[in-house]
Design a protein. Structure first.
Length: 391
């Protein structure tokens, strides 16, 4: 039976869009991408949430720890260890930094220890200039576990309500639970942004984590109706025109009601996010379905990319440095501009270097992933041949 790679392709497209946006592509394109690309990751994660975990919470938490917390700690500590060394070899410096002029500095021994504590205890403390996308690990970790907890609470509350004698004629509606969870998260995020509140126990105040929980729930809800949605989209022209319409609406929001999952989002930005984020997901989902139905190199590449988004999240910023060296040579820039975060800002809105940055940000991590897999495969084959000879 042919594997349905639609969601893998969705994730593949989303991670490429993330790399494009981080590469300082033209402003209109970045705004368009930011409307939905990070919510898409939360939605695709929620798509695979299973109700079996309501009675097996330990397994779910263990999977989250193994898939998100452990990689986060491992690579955050790695980049923490090499942070000062990056200054020694010139990859980082105290002259060039982000677009707002902010720069990073070598860590003192005390700062190294404090960052280590933050990494382990709060999933914070990561190197902002080398690990700028690492907030997603914490966001998805918190959002998924929070969703499980809220789902259990709301579902249990609905069960108790339907047992009251005066309303025994009202049937229990299990399908209402995910909608209530999403509604609760939206209301909490609205309260939080309208009053400028912070969850002090979460790095960056919790907005990304809470909105992530909402989108995670949207993914779970979408899974319940995905077959009906696919049936509705079987008519080619309906699918094409709806996808185009979704894209136009997302572009409208990006041009006039700009929003993204920025941790400092205002109440207006919060209100502007859900619609383009959800429609952007449906747009990418439709495109992914078309690609999935057609065998070829594009499908294989995007599915492979979607199955290995972790390595791109971790290494795309470091991979940008290769292109930064080329740009420095091309424009005869100060060599210290290699320390710019995430890419060299000079001429970024006039030239096409964002394309090279994208190729490097996606291609280099995937290349090393593929080489690693091939090496492990050959090692297994070698061990198997040795074992066979021994017998």
């Amino acid at each position: 039976m042919k594997r349905d790679t639609t969601i893998s392709i969705c994730k593949g497209i989303a991670i490429i869009l993330m790399v494009i946006a981080h590469a300082e592509a033209p402003g209109w394109l970045c705004k368009f991408i930011f409307e939905f690309h990070m919510p898409l990751f939360f939605i695709t994660a929620g798509y695979f949430f299973s109700l079996k975990y309501l009675n097996d919470e330990a397994t779910f938490v263990k999977k989250r720890i193994k898939g998100l917390y452990v990689p986060f700690v491992k690579w955050s500590v790695f980049f923490l260890i090499i942070h000062n060394w990056m200054f020694d070899i010139g990859i980082l410096n105290e002259v060039y930094g982000n677009e707002t002029g902010g720069v990073t500095h070598p860590y003192t021994w005390h700062q190294i220890q404090q960052n280590l504590w933050n990494i382990v205890t709060a999933m914070g403390g990561y190197d902002q200039f080398l690990c700028g996308a690492f907030w997603f690990f914490r966001g998805l970790f918190v959002a998924s576990i929070l969703y499980l907890i809220l789902y259990k609470i709301v579902d249990a509350s609905l069960s108790r309500i339907t047992r009251y004698p005066r309303i025994t004629r009202i049937p229990r509606i299990p399908s209402l639970t995910p909608y209530l969870v999403c509604l609760i998260m939206l209301l909490l995020c609205g309260w939080k942004t309208s009053e400028g509140l912070k969850v002090v126990t979460l790095v960056q105040g919790g907005y990304r984590d809470m909105m992530g929980c909402f989108f995670f729930g949207c993914g779970f809800i979408f899974r319940q109706f995905v077959d009906q949605y696919k049936t509705m989209m079987t008519r080619y022209y309906a699918s094409v025109w709806l996808t185009v319409l979704f894209g136009i609406i997302v572009y409208f929001f990006s041009a006039y009601l700009t929003a993204n999952m920025n941790w400092r989002s205002t109440y207006t930005q919060f209100l502007s996010l859900p619609i383009p984020a959800l429609l952007g997901f449906l747009m990418i989902f439709n495109i992914s379905r078309w690609i999935d139905r057609r065998e070829g190199v594009v499908k294989r590449f995007l599915a492979y990319t979607g199955d290995h988004t972790l390595n791109i999240f971790i290494f795309h910023i470091v991979s940008y440095k290769v292109v930064s060296l080329i740009k420095i040579w091309y424009y005869d820039l100060d060599i210290r501009q290699i320390g710019c975060h995430m890419v060299i800002h000079d001429f970024s809105q006039q030239d096409q270097f964002w394309i090279l940055y994208t190729i490097a940000g996606v291609g280099i991590p995937l290349l090393f992933t593929w080489l690693s897999e091939q090496g492990k495969k050959r090692l297994r084959e070698y061990r198997a041949s040795i074992a066979a000879q021994a017998q």
